[in-house]
Design a protein around this ligand. Structure first.
Ligand code: NZQ
Ligand code: ZN
Length: 389
């Protein structure tokens, strides 16, 4: 096990009606708030009215910026920064999913940076300050409600880039599983795929002697699979929604990776796919992850045998160990198919002639490698995209 420091400052407020406390939680930080949200689902569900009511009860002045798109755009972030500066806003409240939260984080860090906020996502500068951020989460998926990261898309450059700093964790996140009843099946599925991928990214590392976190990862992944099928059977099952919502947080609040780190190659490769196709992140991951496993499993077959036998209950083939892994890969693909997610690039609007270009972008023109389980150069990355076609 490696040395580590673990901290997570986000106050998680979980359960039925928990959004009622949003006004009092916000007032701890400021009486002037930027209310940031997406394309309007919160207005349809009535959540917007409840949040505004709670803020008004505390005499909080509200400035609004809606319209965050899935794969959130840097242009709206720039607008948000202007608004916060002009109105001297002291707090950002993100009501929505990962896209809204990530956009809010970008506004919060961009507020303190004099240049263009994209410089931060282009890794030209780093930051250590963010306007305080609160969250009312409506979709369990990205884990941004407690994570220190934010992923922003620059449409002009066809780039999607993630940036993270410890100052970027929200100060509070309100998680009411009932808010997820209105999710379209596809969004529920994309969220499940994303949180499952967050655990796999941490599970597949070369670090040895990490038995506890291996087991914590396996428990989280088994719970995600079981509860995913419960939601498929009954989308209004509160307990299943609650389990999935907390799995989404645990998968990405960094409690699973102390002492072991992560791989993250599949995430980086998926971001390039989203950048050129605008596919939902979770649907990109259900395509990339099986291809990544096919390419890397021989590096450490025992780890994959452990994964597939413990998490997917695949019977171990002692005579031909590789069979266990191959059967496991098709079971993982079946899991994605049961969720009605794509498992090949040919199922989404992807132009296969762009494989080389994507590998070039993911490897920063061959100036960086990806991953830790197996370190991948541009040629490796290209092979994985080809396996995903
Ligand atoms: O925009 P509205 O109208 O609100 O609709 C949203 C959106 O269309 C809808 N939705 C959300 N909650 C709903 C709902 N519809 C009905 N009822 C509800 N309760 O769902 C759609 C998707 O929302 P989005 O926020 O895009 O989903 P998600 O939470 O999956 O976020 C995806 C983004 O997070 C990034 C991804 O790359 C992607 O850009 N990630 C962020 C991470 C982080 N900050 O730590 C890590 C992740 O790996 C990920 O990369
Ligand atoms: Zn993700």
């Amino acid at each position: 096990m490696n040395n580590f420091v673990f901290e997570n400052k986000t106050r998680v407020i979980f359960g039925k009606d928990s959004e009622k406390s949003v006004g009092s939680e916000t007032l701890k930080y400021s009486n002037k708030v930027l209310l940031h949200y997406g394309g309007g689902s919160i207005k349809k569900t009535g959540l917007y009215d409840r949040v505004v009511k709670s803020l008004k009860e505390e005499n909080i002045e509200i400035f609004e910026l809606g319209g965050v798109l899935p794969n959130p755009r840097v242009d709206l972030v720039r607008e948000g920064i202007e608004l916060c500066r002009k109105e001297d806003i002291g707090f950002i409240l993100a009501v929505g999913g990962g896209s809204v939260i990530d956009s809010a984080k970008a506004i919060g860090i961009g507020y303190f940076y004099d240049g263009d906020v994209w410089d931060i996502y282009d890794y030209k500068v780093s930051v250590d300050k963010m306007l305080p951020l609160g969250v009312v989460l409506t979709i369990p998926a990205a884990g941004s409600e407690t994570s220190p990261g934010s992923v922003i898309t620059n449409v002009d450059k066809e780039l999607k880039r993630g940036f993270g700093a410890l100052c970027m964790r929200p100060v509070f996140s309100i998680l009411n599983p009932e808010l997820t009843f209105t999710l379209p099946d596809y969004q529920t599925a994309c969220g499940i795929s994303d949180m499952f991928a967050h655990v796999m990214e941490r599970y597949f590392v070369p670090t040895k002697n990490v038995d506890l976190t291996d087991r914590l990862c396996e428990a989280t992944m088994k719970t995600i699979i079981n509860q995913a099928y419960n939601i498929l059977k009954n989308p209004m099952d509160y307990n299943a929604r609650a389990e999935i919502m907390y799995c989404g947080t645990v998968a990405h609040n960094d409690s699973l990776d102390p002492g072991r780190g992560g791989d993250w190659a599949s995430h980086e490769m998926e971001h390039e796919v989203s950048a050129v196709t605008d596919v939902a992140h979770g649907a990109g991951l259900s395509i990339i992850f099986p291809a990544w496993i096919k390419y890397v499993y021989k590096e450490n077959m025992d780890k994959f045998i452990q994964f597939f036998t413990r998490v997917f209950n695949i019977e171990q083939d002692f005579e031909n160990p590789e069979n266990t892994v191959l059967r496991g890969i098709s079971t993982l693909e079946s899991f994605y198919k049961d969720l009605k997610l794509p498992i090949r690039l040919s199922e989404i609007d992807f132009d296969s002639s762009r494989v080389d270009e994507l590998a070039k972008k993911a490897s920063f023109d061959s100036s960086r490698t990806l991953g830790a389980f197996k370190v991948l150069n541009k040629d490796d990355i290209k092979e994985i995209y080809k396996l995903a076609l």
